[in-house]
Design a protein around this ligand. Sequence first.
Ligand code: EPZ
Length: 459
Amino acid sequence: MAADQAASLAKHASQSGERVGLTADRITVHGGKPLQGRIRVRGAKNLATKAMVAALLGETPSVLQDVPLISDVDIVTRMLEAYGVAVSSPDDGTLVLDPQNVEKAHFAKIDALAGSSRIPILFCGPLLHRLGEALIPDLGGCRIGDRPIDFHMDALRAFGAIVDKSYEGITITAPDGLHGAHIELPYPSVGATEQVLLTAVRAEGVTELKNAAIEPEILDLIAILQKMGAIIWVEPNRTIFIEGVERLEGYTHRAISDRNETASWASAALATGGDIFVENAKQPELLTFLNVFRKVGGAFDVAEDGIRFYHPGGALKAVQVETDVHPGFMTDWQQPLIIALTQAEGVSTVHETVYENRFGFTDALLDMGADIVVHKDGLESVTRRVPRRRLEQAAVITGPTPLHGADVRVPDLRGGFSYLIAALAADGTSTISNLGLISRGYEHIIDKLTALGADFELD
Ligand code: EPZ
């Protein structure tokens, strides 16, 4: 590690008064160097936070292992503590969650925390079971569309809850308790599926959930609930049946690894012509990503303890990608991959079918020399397999285009990571501000960049 980087890291470490996240808000990156080295990815952001909420349903303490130190986890920790859950961390990556003294929280505390996350919406079911009511302020989360919660509210009403909207947010009560329901989701929403699971496990009777999401993080949450005493059937047609039970106990569980972070580093290896071993990466959860990675011209080796992603030399090739629900190509993978596609020979098209506004990050890439055209109403394509959705958009990327440094500001989590990749791949120097947003979902990002030989300073 260069002396100035060691000093920069030490400076950063000395400022790390916060429990997680970055204190520096801007990074200056000197691009053009391949990323090479070994990093470890821990538990999935989009599982760990939900598993923490699930602990509220247990009558005894739960233990969650391999938890990443990211601000989304920190926010949920503070929310649980506001409701009287005792949260402790006996060692790095392990959380002990004791829900035996759950009590009503001061709304102001919850309101102060909810603005930067979508997870508070998942407290509804557990709080209704424990306290008979839930107050949900306006939600935060990445600005990649208007992120409605109608599926969640409709599901809670189906269980017998009463949803009242007020100027503060949403008050939900269940004076007659919660009973099993027949719910069919208009779209296999991850959050709405989790909402139903976390409510149905303690509801009276059986719940049938049609058109459910079955992402690996959902199946890991189901495994956690089953450990707690729940009875949950996942049918081949993505219908889930949940038999409500009287009592759930705490769980001990190691979170599945973060496939979205793994895919981000793989795209970074490709875009910078590098070679990155991602420890704890799991092939089964990344099958579709690995197919696309190989078609673009990337190479990977699957080992017992992780996956090596590298650029084997030669030209990268343009591809056609359609984002979809699991086991399709995840919407969270397209932003980092697009940086590699700017270096591929030919015209690539990415059809974003999950969110209606997830290409906003491409504007800044044009300032770095990329050639990307966003079609706000999507594009017809003869080769696609994913059913066209009203809200979808398409990005057409023409390459290869040499990238040069620029000053950019992180817009959202995955877009922010793609700016890091672009700055590392570009010739010259870039500054990236609003860096803290990246630590919402990427643990120890500075340490990892340093371990991979990136050339940068924190401002
Ligand atoms: C989860 O968001 C993830 N976040 C997202 O990851 C991920 O992109 C998304 O699932 C899709 O896989 C977390 O798990 C914290 P959805 P979620 O409900 O649950 C519409 C990241 O980068 N919809 O599956 O909010 C919605 O607008 C983040 O880690 C409704 O219309 O996503 C979207 O178009 C970004 N009404 C589609 O469904 C609703 O009530 C999919 O959303 C709910 C959703």
